[in-house]
Design a protein around this ligand. Sequence first.
Ligand SMILES: Cc1cc2nc3c(=O)[nH]c(=O)nc-3n(C[C@H](O)[C@H](O)[C@H](O)COP(=O)(O)O)c2cc1C
Length: 323
Amino acid sequence: MLTTLKTNFALARAFAYDFLRYRKFSFVLRQTSRDNRRAIIRIFAHYLEGGMCFPEVRLGYGQDKSRSVIEKLRSYTQDFGVDETVVWAMATLESYFDFHRGRGFDLSALEAEFRQLSGEMDLTEIEGCGGFETVTADQIQASGSVDFEQFLRQRHSVRQYSGDSIDQETIRKIVKNAQQCPSVCNRQACRVYAFTDPQDVQTVLAFQAGNSGFHQEIRTLFVVTANIGEMNLIGERYQGWIDGGIFAMTLALAIHAEGLGACFLNWSTEPGQDRALRRCLGIGDEELVITMMAAGQLKSEFRVPVSHRKTLDEVLILDPPLS
Ligand SMILES: Cc1cc2nc3c(=O)[nH]c(=O)nc-3n(C[C@H](O)[C@H](O)[C@H](O)COP(=O)(O)O)c2cc1C
């Protein structure tokens, strides 16, 4: 009875820990931080981009959002200058106005506001940084010609590594590739803390419970986080975890694609442990710690668990009846 009560209390406290973070740093209540303001611009830019990619484009869509994003861009750049979000949004607006002009739809008054803003900014080449691009089925299918089934089947959680570390250039390439994963409204809220110093790796690993028996082999360690300052709405309260999971999986595949090994290391912890890691790594309160991930060079031969999968029928519910 006492144990049940204690567990209930600890569970409620853990939910409160997440609730308070989400309420404070997301913009469910107010848009104050740079992250919040950047995310709003990204939401609007994403809307304008997406609208040009529907089979039938409703010309004139998004005028209120364009006006609003122009205002937000002006105040954002006054406070923070030009960053990649600004570049993306400005390139998207450029494309949006071109798209309408090219189809004879008059947005000249709104475009004049955009041109004025553009003239106030110190923007270099932004062509191709936003809007839409035309791709072909051939292009996409050619890139899919890798044997993806084999690629996936040959990915294993690797718990033995050779003593060699992964060089920084490869780490950059891996993370750059992981950045190609999808994210809600292209908000790209994830970050990666990468550790290569052997002592630092062991210090960080000491916070995590699932590496005993192989931590001594780990030379490279990633910590994936998601910034909830980029999240909005009550409905997005778990979006950071979702986007974080998608990012982390892409990171694991990017490591595998380099011929290296990786192993997720769960961050399924309670608040005290989470706080301790944050303090040590200097992770901001606005970030969720999603997972750690070990990585390293492969030995020429080593054992991995079979990790037998469930049957397809347990996983795939095809065309279930609707009521
Ligand atoms: C989010 C997540 C957390 C994990 N945490 C650990 C961990 O702490 N320690 C570990 O040895 N493996 C960990 N794993 C690896 C799983 O045990 C492994 O993915 C699973 O058994 C399937 O094996 P496979 O990855 O080789 O296909 C984790 C995997 C995921 C997705």
